[in-house]
Design a protein around this ligand. Structure first.
Ligand SMILES: C[S@@+](CC[C@H](N)C(=O)[O-])C[C@H]1O[C@@H](n2cnc3c(N)ncnc32)[C@H](O)[C@@H]1O
Length: 172
């Protein structure tokens, strides 16, 4: 199942990169990012892990706000495209191809925040993801998972209204 997810995202990597663009699609800019930024607050100097980063636009924006960002994704193609798009901030962002169910390259208790936008719906073993998130988080901080996906932007004409479900989960 997971290798199928990986190969499918590898297959659509260039299209997803075009969809997200440099700084996120209209949906991401208008509906998702303001909520994420509000929830995260001041990220200056904070270590932040993004799971399922896609083309990495959000990590770039957060890096520009002063966060120390690690961007991960299961698709090595998307990670390559994210790196290419992030040349100006590349030295400040660590990019890794990692399955969120087993993030072998990440150390225990090394992040202030973990962010996962529109990606947990693709992951079969969600318990494994939460266990890994708990492992890599520092104490007394929260993770933020966001579940909506703009499928109808791709499938339906513009003129849509999207609802945003956002929440924070205290892992302790
Ligand atoms: C719908 S895209 C969203 C990308 C990005 N978060 C955004 O908001 O633009 C879902 C992403 O999750 C990644 N993904 C799926 N399963 C994953 C897993 N097990 N571990 C890490 N990333 C995964 C995909 O490769 C894809 O980049």
């Amino acid at each position: 199942m997971i290798s199928k997810v990986k190969s499918q995202y590898d297959l659509i990597a260039e299209d997803w990169d075009k969809f997200s663009g440099e700084n996120g699609s209209i949906h991401q800019k208008n509906d998702i990012d303001p909520v994420v930024f509000k929830m995260l607050g001041d990220v200056k100097g904070k270590t932040l892990l993004e799971i399922g980063c896609g083309n990495g636009y959000l990590g770039r924006l957060l890096s520009q706000k002063g966060a120390i960002v690690t961007s991960t994704d299961i698709s090595s193609k998307l990670i390559k495209l994210a790196q290419k798009k992030s040349l100006s901030v590349k030295q400040r962002i660590v990019f890794l191809t990692q399955d969120a169910q087993k993030m072998t390259d990440l150390k225990d208790h090394s992040f202030d925040f973990v962010l996962a936008n529109m990606c947990v719906m693709d992951i079969p073993n969600i318990e494994a993801v939460f266990s890994e998130v708990k492992r890599v988080l520092k104490m007394r901080v929260y993770s933020f998972f966001h579940l909506t996906i703009p499928l109808f932007i791709i499938l339906v004409n513009p003129g849509y209204i999207i609802g945003v479900a956002a929440g924070s989960i205290l892992l302790e």
